[in-house]
Write a protein of this length. Sequence first.
Length: 112
Amino acid sequence: MALDWDKRLEVIGILERWYRALEIGVADNIKPNLTRKVKGEDWKKVDSLITAIDDSFTAELNMHSIHWEKKGITEPPNFNRLKGGARLAFYQDLYEAVKDIDEEDLEYVYLI
């Protein structure tokens, strides 16, 4: 099952919700679902995913800086600002969106 357009939009929606939560200062109040078992759920995977997402946004901004500056975007979302349980909740949200996709089709979310 490839990462189709609907799934991509779902992942983008999750990223946008978490970015807005960070910007208004409520992201760290979001708690993970501790009853939900997630494949590979450990802090190294959580931290690696957040780093990979931030690095991907930074690379995109660097490669197409003029395009993004025209849209008023000059900084990446910096999801590394998430703390504690919010980091795990972010990981869980993304995992739920892509859990049924074959690993080789994950492209940018390969660390989940």
